[in-house]
Design a protein around this ligand. Structure first.
Ligand code: MN
Length: 249
């Protein structure tokens, strides 16, 4: 498999479930190292195709687009500092530690075999790429159609689902994430510590993520300080249910 095929395959696998068409094209082009096409003409080029590289998707909206639920300054720092650092750090660790993985999904599925640095930063990379996409401006506060039907079937009512998800977000002690996942055809709510993700072999909560909420203080402290509950209440207004629907089989 040459480098181009490799990149194309790893991009497809790592982002296929995450990114809509234009964002994928954009993520792919901005993360493909310049000179990729010329590599074959340069026999001295290093064989870099073996190192997996994770990437940060372009934010699908402006920093201020989720106001007033999430303020522009928090969003900008979160995306350009916190998330960017996870991406940089995981890629450095992959190279420094000689991590071999076929793609991002493979890396997460075997994360327990790698260092804490790889685990934390791979999780931070994936989780935020996911989080940005399941939010958006113009949210209606609640889903409709198949998502509403599935949540009602799974939890009794949308209000009950909201209550349980909020509880998971509030009870996560310290830093972590609240999740809605699909597992063996059923929906489940839970939370993970730090940057763990339900796709990781080491995660207590396992499944295919459908919705996530970042409850690290960096996600809300500038605007909400210690009031995580207010952040969670307002966050429902920026959930992008269309993106949740896309991930539901
Ligand atoms: Mn975060």
């Amino acid at each position: 498999m040459d480098r181009k095929q490799f990149l194309s395959r790893s991009l497809k696998v790592s982002l296929g479930a995450l990114v809509a068409g234009p964002a994928l094209a954009s993520a792919a082009s901005c993360n493909t190292p310049a000179g990729n096409d010329g590599e074959r003409d340069d026999p001295s080029a290093a064989p870099t195709g073996s190192a997996l590289q994770l990437m940060q998707i372009p934010l699908p909206y402006a920093y201020g687009a989720l106001e007033p639920s999430i303020d522009a300054q928090t969003m900008e720092i979160h995306y350009t500092k916190h998330h960017a650092a996870y991406v940089k750090n995981v890629n450095e660790a992959i190279v420094a530690e000689g991590v071999q993985a076929q793609d991002e999904a493979d890396l997460l599925a075997r994360i327990g075999t790698f260092s804490a640095k790889v685990r934390n930063n791979a999780g931070g990379t994936w989780n935020h790429n996911f989080f940005w996409q399941v939010m958006g401006p113009g949210g209606k506060g609640m889903p409709e159609g198949k998502v509403l039907d599935a949540l009602t079937a799974g939890f009794g009512s949308f209000e009950k689902f909201k209550e349980l998800f909020t509880e998971a977000a509030m009870k996560r002690f310290g830093s972590g994430w609240a999740w809605l996942v699909e597992r063996n055809g059923a929906l489940a709510i839970g939370s993970t510590p730090n940057q763990d993700c339900p796709l990781m072999d080491v995660s207590e909560l396992k499944g295919k993520p459908l919705l996530a909420l970042d409850v690290w203080e960096h996600a809300y402290y500038l605007k909400y300080q210690n009031k995580r509950n207010e952040y969670v209440v307002n966050w429902w207004q920026v959930v992008n249910w269309d993106e949740v629907a896309k991930r539901m089989v």
